[in-house]
Write a protein that binds this ligand. Structure first.
Ligand code: TXA
Ligand code: MG
Length: 363
């Protein structure tokens, strides 16, 4: 017998944002219209992107921007990314745009790449945290693009989570975090990329990756003609919350350990009476862990699939009442750089054991 899942269940399980949008069918236009009305009235709307859900407000309205900072609990000197419907709007938000920015936009937009450029004269100072630069991107999610086109302006949107916490990759994460404080959450299913966009600064002498994400350094190099530098430790004049030591953090302490040391570390912690959950890669020596009645989540061995599952898994484990989340360190290769970066940030409140802490090459 086949049982048709409810449309809510299906939306929850969809990995592909296009399918999710199609599933929502006719209802979609009504939701978009409602969202546009709210945004024009200075209210906030959460919308899906291919990376994570955003907490959107009219980037041209200082009161709306203020609301974003308040709701997130984010210091006002930390800039927001402005989302655009297409690269044709770049000139309205940025000035002295270098030719390479257009090339990158053509290649990677819509997509998980944020460009840092010099801001245009009329940009609301609050959006850029008082800086002379602005972060801009065109998201690759059909609902986000529909919303941006219908809205007609730029949408300032940080990830729709409280400052320093884990970003949301499903509409239910946003609802759980902001409950009644948000008039509307557009549901576009699970985010396809699952971690935030790559941030590339084009205002420095040579391009610098400020945050690794869905577009890799090698992909960028194909357009830039040289490999961009990675900046993990921001200089004092660039404020990037994602680069603070602790970020994307679970409430439960999280520790990242190499596979060879995982079992030993687990034994030590067990001896201290700690209740642990594990995030391992596929095929861990299960019998050993299960004998200890630990909760084990096997994460995908493929970096994109891992990234897609990461925040939902962190959020789920965080609700499990564990003393510690023990994470098996993924490989230290470029393909894993965004995942390793987020795990390191999440672990920053706890301890990081093993070589991962020393390998900053690929962050
Ligand atoms: O994938 C994403 O980028 C998601 C989705 C919603 O688009 N957005 C996102 O926003 O991650 P948020 O605010 O959580 O992180 C944006 C990062 C922050 O670390 C911020 O400091 C940095 O971008 N940023 C924004 N404008 C900047 C600027 N002018 N210079 C340097 N960093 C900037
Ligand atoms: Mg964020």
């Amino acid at each position: 017998m086949t049982v048709s899942p409810s449309s809510e269940d299906m939306t929850k399980d969809l990995q592909n944002a296009d399918e999710a949008a199609a599933l929502q069918g006719q209802n979609c236009s009504a939701h978009i219209n409602a969202a546009v009305r709210l945004l024009h009235a200075g209210q906030l709307v959460s919308f899906p992107t291919e990376t994570v859900y955003g907490l959107g407000g009219d980037a041209g309205n200082p009161a709306a921007i203020q609301r974003i900072f308040q709701l997130k609990g984010r210091p006002v000197n930390h800039p927001l990314i402005v989302h655009l419907a297409d690269a044709g709007h770049l000139n309205e938000w940025a000035r002295e745009i270098p030719p390479v920015a257009w090339k990158l936009a053509e290649r990677f937009w819509p997509g998980p790449l944020t460009l840092i450029l010099k801001k245009a004269a009329g940009v609301v100072p609050l959006v850029t945290g008082g800086q002379d630069t602005i972060g801009l991107r065109v998201p690759a999610h059909p609902l986000a693009l529909k919303l941006l086109r219908a809205f007609g302006g730029g949408l300032a949107a940080p990830s729709a989570n409280r400052f320093g916490c884990v970003s949301p990759t499903r509409a239910e994460h946003v609802r759980a975090e902001f409950a009644d404080h948000l008039a509307l959450v557009l549901d576009g299913g699970c985010c396809r990329v699952g971690v935030e966009s790559t941030i590339l600064s084009l205002v420095t002498e040579a391009p610098v990756i400020l945050r690794p994400g869905g577009i890799s350094a090698s992909q960028l190099a194909e357009v830039l003609g040289c490999r961009p530098r990675s900046q993990d430790n921001p200089s004092s004049d660039i404020r990037v919350p994602g680069l603070l030591t602790s970020h994307y953090a679970t409430l439960t302490p999280l520790e990242v350990v190499n596979r060879e040391r995982l079992w030993l570390r687990a034994k030590q912690l067990r001896a201290q009476g700690l209740r642990m959950a594990f995030m391992t890669l596929e095929n861990p020596p299960l019998e050993r862990y299960q004998a200890q009645r630990n909760h084990i989540i096997e994460m995908p061995n493929e970096p994109q699939a891992y990234a897609r599952a990461l925040y939902h898994t962190m959020r789920s484990l965080d609700r499990g009442g564990y003393d510690l989340l023990l994470v098996e360190a993924p490989p230290q290769t470029e393909a894993w750089s965004a995942v390793n970066n987020r795990l390191l940030r999440a672990a920053a409140t706890g301890t990081v054991t093993g070589d991962i802490a020393n390998d900053r090459e690929h962050l």
